[in-house]
Design a protein around this ligand. Structure first.
Ligand code: ATP
Ligand code: MG
Length: 278
């Protein structure tokens, strides 16, 4: 299928690695901090290649049946345990049709659910009770994303599962690329110097000794959307950033920290000049 234009700014190395790995039939795990662009990268690459995929968003209550499929009780009562009474889950559909299974936030899934993937990824078949063996068609592979281990509400992947993935780590992008992303998202609605201020504040949260987890490009986009919507820059930063950063000590107030960063970034000109041309 014809390749559509990719809307991703930068990331050429990661795009190439992901495309190559998939063309070689390898399963790929993209790992990086919250909001760094993992889901966006995978979705854009799959869509630009015109690849058919099944998407799952992992959560702690995801069940084994939801992944593989289940027998529909009313139908089973009528017909018994026959294949036509089985409602296919995304894993089964992807295997039978030779599609990509895109698992977003893989390590939010309970370990028992993760384990079902092992034979599917390795031996390319699974055994289902009362249904028997299901084989994977060529083209089936798993592309997954996850936050690194230190993040809460995740279940560390087993060594066996990690052993079946090739890993592409995603780090925060450089300043110029982040400014470019914001320009792309917000168009000409925001002055470049305002974009730069927001990028600098957001980037400062990532290196601050009192902050465990800094803000991402998603936080910068949110700040600027509030600003474009008419909230002054200081207010926008205070609305968008504190909830998106995690302090090392729970006694510290992220709101105060954002205030301190704003003060360091010398904002008075923005307060005085409520320019009509934002
Ligand atoms: N390289 C990029 N080019 C263009 N836009 C990007 C890029 N990286 C991130 N973005 C923007 O940032 C947003 C957040 O990215 P995304 O949702 O993929 O992050 P994530 O790493 O999946 O976050 P989470 O860990 O919360 O799931 C995207 O919707 C997109 O608008
Ligand atoms: Mg995501």
């Amino acid at each position: 299928m014809a390749k559509e234009k990719i809307k991703i700014i930068g990331r050429s190395k990661e795009i190439l690695e992901l495309e190559k790995a998939m063309s070689l039939g390898r399963n790929v795990l993209i790992e990086g901090p919250v909001g760094v662009g993992k889901t966006f990268l995978v979705r854009q690459v799959l869509e630009s290649l015109g690849l058919d995929f099944e998407r799952i968003d992992g959560d702690t209550r995801y069940t084994e049946n939801k992944l593989t499929g289940w027998f529909d009780p009313p139908l089973v009562l009528k017909k018994g345990y026959v294949a036509s009474c089985f409602i296919e889950g995304p894993l089964l559909t992807a295997m039978k049709k030779g599609k990509i299974l895109f698992i977003n936030e893989l390590n939010r899934m309970p370990e028992a659910v993760q384990n079902i993937l092992l034979p599917a990824m390795d031996e390319r078949h699974i055994m289902l009770p009362k249904l028997g063996r299901v084989d994977a068609k060529p083209g089936f592979l798993v592309v997954a994303t996850q936050n690194p281990r230190e993040f809460t509400a995740t279940h560390a992947l087993s060594e066996a599962l990690l052993d079946r993935f090739e890993m592409i780590p995603l780090y925060y992008q450089d300043r110029d690329e982040e400014i470019e992303i914001l320009k792309n998202e917000l168009g000409p609605k925001v002055r470049t110097d305002v974009l730069e201020r927001v990028v600098d504040i957001v980037r400062a949260t990532r290196n601050h000794p009192a902050i465990k987890r800094g803000a991402s490009i998603r936080a910068a986009i949110a700040t600027l959307k509030l600003f474009v919507g008419g909230i002054d820059l200081e207010g926008a930063c205070l609305m968008a950033l504190p909830s998106r950063i995690e302090m090392v000590s729970s006694d510290d107030d992220p709101r105060q920290l954002v205030r301190d960063l704003l003060a360091m970034q010398i904002f008075p000109e923005f307060k005085e000049k409520k320019s009509p041309q934002k």
